[in-house]
Write a protein of this length. Structure first.
Length: 216
């Protein structure tokens, strides 16, 4: 068994705000790099396919999309990320940090009133991550701002409430999304992003590396 085959890992970083997810992904990568054990770690960002960027350019402030359409677009972008970013890197023995992966989109969908069963069926094709980390909401449930390209929740909030003045365009569903992510955490599908979680991840990678060396 090779070291590359054992050391691979997919870490999902979920947050109710795009900037929180990016911050959390950077923390995970920094923690892995600080150990200097040769573990490669890269970040797969939402909208790697450019789908949402093109929609934002074409639709501007008047873009209107339903919650289910938004989730279908996110699933399509995630399929692109899996095919061209996540799976090739994992196959090469690297750690991939997905910011975000599925739970952020699931929480947004629930907050927008989409049935959980429909959402679960939509993301059934997605491989489970080795570790799911939840980043605490830095703004404690405050409404999303109309910065559509900050992250999927912000894009979705803008598309569900188009045409409003920028100072007022926010989503009343943000609190429900925060609660949905908290429920996912209670269901043990996500863990808090904290030093203890990162230490466990690093330990696991080191143990896998040691096991691979002994098996060769």
């Amino acid at each position: 068994m090779s070291a590359k085959a054992v050391r691979r890992a997919l870490v999902a970083v979920e947050a109710v705000r795009g900037r929180d997810a990016e911050r959390g992904a950077s923390q995970v990568r920094a923690a892995l790099r600080s150990k200097r054990d040769g573990t490669g770690a890269g970040i797969s960002h939402w909208d790697a396919s450019g789908t949402f960027f093109e929609l934002h350019l074409g639709g501007g402030k008047n873009l209107t999309l339903s919650p289910r359409t938004l989730l279908l677009l996110y699933a399509s972008d995630l399929a692109f990320r899996l095919r061209w970013e996540i799976q090739p890197a994992i196959a090469a023995g690297q750690v991939v940090i997905a910011a975000s992966y599925t739970e952020t989109a699931c929480a947004f969908g629930e907050a927008a009133g989409v049935p959980r069963k429909w959402i679960a069926e939509l993301f059934r094709y997605v491989p489970r991550p080795d570790l799911c980390l939840h980043v605490k909401d830095a703004k404690d449930g405050a409404p999303w701002k109309p910065r559509a390209m900050d992250g999927f929740p912000e894009f979705g909030a803008a598309a569900l409430s188009p045409g409003r003045a920028s100072g007022n365009r926010s989503s009343p569903r943000c609190e429900q999304a925060v609660e949905a992510l908290r429920r996912l955490k209670r269901e043990l599908r996500c863990d808090n992003l904290r030093r203890k979680s990162l230490d466990r991840l690093v330990k696991r990678l080191r143990d896998d590396k040691r096991t691979a060396s002994e098996d060769r």
